[in-house]
Ligand binder design. Structure first.
Ligand code: NAP
Length: 307
């Protein structure tokens, strides 16, 4: 029979890294699993993180790398593997990847979130051919070209500011007449001379055959349709939690977030949630790392109470 871990941490974004650091410092026998090759999760796709205390203006890549290195320095690194299922067998949890089966007394679910899609004609067909969900990854392909960013949150506005430095012209298309992004980001966006904001509009079709050539917009107030000619479309319309694969393991809300408070305690004994996967008000790096710490402390308490 395979060895029994005290704790299995699933995910290596900021919440998972923080959980790994707390687990190793708490001398827990820990297993850490992630399906990516580099630690950091979603923050790796962020050009600049300017609200993480002590590290103003750090790039997402540098922050993710520094966090991963911190954990590795303490002697813990993620095992690469896509977790397919977690089974609650009472006092033991079984974690299944394609080739392995692991056993742990507790599990911290820190599996993060992925970008939401618009599900409009042309989006899937032209993905990678002008349609992108990551401006920092793909922005350089649009040097001196035109780009459209869709969305009104922090990511859309950050993406537009980033692209404005590279592209000839950037349009931001938002379905309302007010952004939900932080005010400081909105101010930076408005200072970009080559950015035009198109309010009250949704994208209804992405046009092109081998490459994106345009986006058809519909004004939600007037119903009027227009086409913007563009080389790239960056979609930043929010995130969805990576919880579909969990089945009935833990109670979730209607959007698929695991119901758990600050302590990370879920409705299933021995299973804890941390970071973007759990129900919470603010999904940022600073709250994710706090979650990782709290979830491990809750797991430690559970281990003592159930020894
Ligand atoms: P978000 O804050 O949820 O914003 C999503 C945006 O997309 C909203 O403006 C929303 O419009 C719009 N939208 C949603 N569905 C749409 C649809 N079907 N068609 C058109 N527009 C649609 O998501 P996000 O900007 O991707 O950010 C994800 C999370 O990461 C957030 O929790 C954010 O706070 C966090 N984040 C934090 C930082 C930071 O700390 N600096 C940076 C980046 C991201 P409405 O406004 O009308 O709802």
């Amino acid at each position: 029979m395979s060895e029994l871990y005290d704790i299995a941490i699933l995910g290596a974004g900021p919440a998972g890294i923080s959980a790994a650091i707390y687990a190793v410092r708490g001398r827990l026998k820990a297993l850490w699993l992630d399906n990516q090759f580099v630690e950091g999760g979603q923050v790796l796709n962020t050009y600049e993180v300017d609200n993480y205390p002590g590290l103003p203006g750090i790039s997402g890549m540098d922050l993710g790398e520094a966090m991963g290195n911190h954990a590795e320095k303490l002697g813990i690194a993620p095992v690469r593997g896509k977790v397919l299922a977690v089974e609650n067998a009472g006092s033991e949890k079984i974690i299944r990847t394609k080739n392995h089966e692991y056993r742990a007394k507790t599990v911290v679910l820190a599996c993060g979130a992925s970008h939401r899609t618009l599900d409009i004609p042309g989006e899937a067909e032209l993905s990678g051919m002008g349609v992108s969900y990551c401006a920092t990854c793909d922005g350089a392909f649009f040097k001196n070209k035109r780009a459209v960013v869709i969305g009104g949150g922090n990511i859309a506005v950050e993406d537009a500011i980033f692209l404005a430095r590279i592209c000839e012209k950037v349009y931001v298309v938002h379905r309302r007449d007010e952004f939900r992004a932080d005010r400081i980001l909105q101010d930076s966006l408005r200072s970009c001379e080559n950015v035009e904001i198109i309010w009250d509009s949704v994208a209804v079709e992405i046009q092109g055959t081998e490459q994106v050539t345009g986006v058809k917009l519909s004004n939600v107030k007037t119903g009027q349709e227009t086409v913007i000619h563009t080389d790239g479309v960056f979609i930043a319309v929010g995130i969805i939690p990576n919880t579909q694969w969990l089945g009935e393991l833990v109670p979730m809300d209607e959007a698929g977030y695991i119901i758990a408070g600050e302590e990370g305690i879920t409705g299933t004994p021995g299973i804890f949630a941390a970071g973007d996967v759990r129900t919470k008000m603010l999904r940022q790096v600073v709250t994710a790392v706090a979650d990782g710490a709290n979830a491990v402390v809750s797991a430690q308490k559970y281990l003592i109470e159930n020894a």
